[in-house]
Design a protein around this ligand. Structure first.
Ligand code: NAP
Length: 245
């Protein structure tokens, strides 16, 4: 039996197990399982998992994407760069960390981006914002972080600092906050939507509901929009490729 799984807490509505079990069935893959490991304490619960000879790979989600790194034997340069791991390949007892949110975001975000859109606002400064920033940097897209708390020394502004001039220049707006996620479907990041136009591209990492209030408001002003569902399935498939490479 080959075993894969997801580490996180809570895992109640997690996407990964359902996605992989359906994939195994669709592709007639037998002798294989995908389990949820709802972990409360990494130091006591990771060592027993390391003894499982059938465990071949793991995904990692909130709140362990950063803390898991100290339990890994090797990490990819991207994982080291953004200090976040969401995929572990286990081979010969060696745990190696990767970040597939980077590929998921890159491949779902880039196709709708127009060449003249070369400045982006990243809403939120959490784990997923670092994967987004990594992609923007490698693509030569200038970006500015928008947070609930401004931090001038780090060049981070807060929502009250979003002026007409900024929205005219930063024509890509990416939501990396959980605001608007089910069940809070009427919430949206606190930005001046009246300044949005057909020159903008709005991307939301949130995928439920589809579309989010953030994207509904942007689309009503003529912006191109994209939600996080393709990113989610691309990052899952990328994990599968890594586990089998
Ligand atoms: N589609 C995908 O494949 C994919 C992949 C990864 C994540 N996601 C989704 O992306 C979202 C963020 O994930 P994450 O891991 O980055 O989460 P996170 O680290 O918990 O939070 C992201 C950031 O959002 C901001 N934030 C949190 N609560 C907020 C609130 N009530 N109002 C305004 N800002 C708030 C915070 O930044 P400030 O403190 O700077 O304001 C926080 O650091 C989640 O909904 C997750 O499901 C989707």
């Amino acid at each position: 039996m080959k075993r894969y799984g997801l580490i996180g807490n809570p895992l109640g509505h997690s996407f990964s197990r359902k996605y992989f079990l359906e994939k195994f069935q669709r592709e007639h893959l037998s002798g294989i399982d995908y389990l949820n490991f709802e972990i409360k304490d990494l130091p006591s619960e990771i060592p027993p998992l390391k003894q499982d000879p059938e465990l071949c790979g793991l995904n990692v989600t909130i709140p362990y994407k950063t803390d898991i790194i100290s339990y890994l034997d090797k990490i990819s340069p991207e994982t080291a760069g953004i200090k976040a791991c969401n995929c572990i390949r286990i081979r010969g007892g060696i745990w190696e960390g990767f970040n597939t949110d980077i590929t998921g975001f890159k491949e779902s975000f880039l196709p709708l981006r127009r060449a003249e859109q070369n400045k982006a606002l990243i809403l939120g400064t959490g784990g997923s914002s670092r994967a987004v920033a990594w992609v923007l940097q490698t693509e030569g897209i200038e970006f500015l972080y928008v947070s609930r708390t401004a931090s001038p020394e780090k060049g981070i502004i807060d929502y009250s600092m979003l002026t007409e001039e900024l929205l005219e220049t930063y024509t890509i707006v990416i939501n990396t906050t959980p605001v608007g996620m089910y069940p809070h479907v009427h919430d949206c990041p606190d930005i001046p939507y009246s300044l949005v136009s057909r020159h903008h591209y709005f991307f939301d990492l949130v995928y439920n509901p589809d579309p989010t209030e953030f994207l509904i408001r942007a689309r009503a002003r003529g912006a191109v929009i994209k939600n996080g569902s393709d990113m989610l399935s691309i990052q899952a498939e990328e994990s599968w490729k890594i586990w089998n490479s």
